[in-house]
Write a protein that binds this ligand. Structure first.
Ligand code: COD
Length: 301
């Protein structure tokens, strides 16, 4: 099982191709180049060729190592990058210098996008100082107010990522404000329903407050008898607000290292923002490659 993001890097051994949509972004190109230098990836850069070459030159990136597809219009560039993934010429999609909504619109297009019938959701993998396991936080970035049914799919998407990283039976904690079902707190009612739902490939418990999800000591002090309390791997957040606050708190207050991808589409999607650190972008690429390798192995099995 992979316990750290550096171990994830070391475990990656298959070269996969990334299609970068609107690739003229210095931070994104630097992270892609670092992954290429590590021998992990090749990339097809879709966007304005002149601008891509300028950015590459400014960052001392050997642009001759890359295939460039000249599509100056950002919407068309997203369409082209999505097509490259859909047609199997690339294994992972990465967002460059373009709004998330623009890429997602192309990803979600029926027929020409990357939909599979599954819900798409964001999974962030965190390495937190003081903890010897990775946490999978979901959904901090895509589904705004998921229904009970959508939460089941969000859990299953995170379970797939945990499996890809060698955790065969992750403990999923449905995080709420309290660990008891309260009629006035709908998230606790849904958490209890999720714990009863018998989702495959994982063990779901909840409702749990955050401390009882991640700290066995806190759970013991609270008198929670379930031995899985405090040993959560996947942290299902009640909605995007809680998820996003938790994400930012881990990064900016907790100094945690992280990677993040959108799963549930035909291929993993890397949606880093400019606020993400360089390391986080590189780890997100490596995470996406690892999940793509796992998915192609599973599909062949
Ligand atoms: N999975 C699968 N299909 C979906 C999903 C999903 N998560 N979301 C929408 N769809 C399908 C719908 O069923 C529909 O057929 C089509 O896509 C369009 O649906 P809309 O109109 O709801 O789609 P949008 O473009 O309005 O919304 C999709 C977004 C992902 C843009 C939206 O959910 C969103 O804004 N999410 C939050 C993104 C954000 O601001 N994150 C901030 C933190 S980084």
């Amino acid at each position: 099982m992979i316990h750290s993001l550096d171990a994830l890097k070391a475990a990656s051994d298959t070269i996969h191709t990334i299609a970068v949509a609107v690739a003229q972004d210095d931070e994104v190109l630097c992270a892609v180049e670092e992954a290429r230098q590590l021998g992990l990836t090749t990339a097809i850069l879709v966007g304005d060729e002149e601008k891509i070459r300028q950015v590459a030159e400014g960052c001392s990136i050997p642009i001759e190592k890359y295939e460039i597809v000249h599509v100056p219009d950002p919407v068309e560039a997203c369409k082209t990058a999505v097509t490259l993934v859909r047609e199997g010429r690339a294994d992972v999609l990465m967002k460059g210098l373009v709004d998330t909504a623009v890429v997602m619109k192309e990803v979600l297009q029926g027929g020409t996008g990357l939909r599979t019938g599954r819900l798409l959701s964001h999974v962030a993998v965190f390495e937190v100082p003081g903890f010897d396991r990775l946490f999978y936080l979901t959904d901090a970035a895509m589904n705004i107010a998921p229904t009970l049914e959508e939460k089941k799919h969000i859990i299953l998407n995170a379970v797939e990522v945990a499996h890809a990283l060698g955790n065969p039976d992750p403990i999923v904690c449905c995080v709420c404000a309290v660990e008891k079902v309260k009629a006035k707190m709908p998230a606790t009612i849904e958490a209890a329903a999720l714990a009863e739902a018998d989702l495959p490939g994982c063990q779901v418990i909840g409702p749990l407050a955050l401390d009882n999800a991640i700290s066995a000591e806190a759970a013991r002090r609270k008198g929670i008898s379930d031995p899985r309390a405090g040993r959560g791997d996947i942290l299902l957040m009640p909605d995007i607000e809680a998820g996003n606050v938790m994400y930012k708190a881990l990064v900016f207050l907790g100094k945690a290292r992280n990677a993040g991808i959108v799963v549930g589409a035909k291929a993993p999607i890397i949606m880093t923002s400019r606020a993400d650190s360089h390391k986080s972008k590189l780890y997100s690429i490596i995470l996406a490659l690892q999940v793509a390798a796992y998915q192609s192995k599973e599909n062949k099995a």
